[in-house]
Design a protein around this ligand. Structure first.
Ligand code: SF4
Length: 337
């Protein structure tokens, strides 16, 4: 059995692969589990507040449940550049489980030298080195190019890639479902299928941009059933590292998620213009500091002369359908665009 390195959010996955561990993004395990709500409730029984983020509670329950954690050897928490909750989560996991923990920090000033030393520090902890990680990074380039083809097809041939398919390909690339070779094979098969689907592209579909952390509810399929397709999955596209840079450290200082909201949304503006969107949904998670970024997003869209209808949606707990109140808001929004 391959050793597993689990993590709270995207980290330089090249380091984990170079060290021979199997990468595992805890978010993907939590949200795709049979009953994510029960994992949130389990954390609440263990003392997590009802008024704390459901993602953190879900991650804790995955880490603390023998049903999931029996092969977890390492747990990596990202603190600088992500979530202050992760700082405490790391301490709880270190105290309650036998899992070895590590804190990864994205240098706040986007300093390339500091990013290189952080990757080296991470590599040393995992028992590998920078050179081996850089080689893995080179090897992943082809796979990332294929993910870019899928992403670009989604807006060039609307409807040929559903918003959910694109979302899943991009969001799962934080750990490549544990196996980049198998993942690349899956991408190859899907790209072949797209060659056939492209002829059925429907340019009358509403093109939606989805900004914000990945959803805890099935927004993509809800939109798809109403002649609207998400053709821009902002954060998920960041997880997939689709833009090319000369070195691994440059790739990670240009990854927008850990850095300022202004930096993040200026990049999003370029993608919004390129994809000629009809509307934007900004997803915010209850009890998350990122909710405040909605103010910055609205100002940046205005500064860039982008007068695109924008709907901000807040969700708390995982659910397998959109509740009636929010469904009505989304339907009213779609009617305006
Ligand atoms: S949604 Fe926000 S509060 Fe929740 S884990 Fe992510 S960054 Fe932290």
């Amino acid at each position: 059995m391959q050793k597993i390195a689990s993590f709270t959010t995207t980290v330089p996955v090249e380091v984990i692969l170079a060290s021979g561990y199997r990468p595992l993004d805890l978010n993907n395990i939590f949200v795709s589990s049979e009953n994510p709500l029960s994992l949130v409730e389990k954390a609440e029984f263990s003392g997590f507040a009802g008024s704390s983020c459901a993602w953190i509670k879900g991650l804790y329950s995955v880490l603390a449940s023998p049903a999931f954690n029996k092969d977890f050897e390492v747990f990596i928490a990202v603190t600088e550049g992500d979530c202050s909750n992760a700082k405490v989560l790391e301490q709880i996991v270190a105290m309650e489980t036998g899992i070895r923990t590590f804190i990864f920090n994205f240098p706040y000033q986007r300093d390339i030298t500091k990013m290189r030393s952080e990757i080296e520090r991470f590599a040393a902890f995992m028992g590998t080195d920078y050179k081996t990680c850089a080689k893995v990074w080179e090897d992943l380039k082809n796979l990332r190019k294929k993910l870019k083809i899928i992403d670009e097809t989604s807006y060039l041939y609307p409807g040929s890639v559903t918003g959910e398919e694109n979302h899943l390909f991009l969001v799962s690339s934080s750990d490549f479902c544990g196996d980049p070779v198998e993942y690349e094979q899956k991408a190859d098969d899907f790209i072949r299928e797209l060659e056939h689907r492209k002829q059925f592209a429907d340019h009358s579909r509403k093109k939606i941009g989805y900004l914000g952390v990945p959803p805890i509810v099935p927004i993509h399929s809800f939109l798809e059933a109403r002649s609207a397709t998400v053709v821009y999955n902002e954060i998920q596209r960041e997880f997939a590292m689709l833009d090319e840079y000369p070195t691994i450290e440059e790739q990670y200082i240009n990854y927008t998620y850990p850095y300022s909201a202004a930096f993040r949304f200026e990049k999003a503006v370029r993608e919004i213009k390129k994809r000629d969107l009809d509307g934007i949904i900004h997803y915010v998670q209850s009890f998350c500091h990122r909710q405040l970024e909605d103010i910055i997003l609205r100002q940046i869209l205005k500064n860039n002369g982008l007068d695109i209808p924008l709907l901000t949606l807040e969700f708390d707990k995982p659910a397998n359908k959109i509740d009636a109140r929010v469904a009505t808001r989304i339907e009213a929004f779609l009617e305006t665009i």
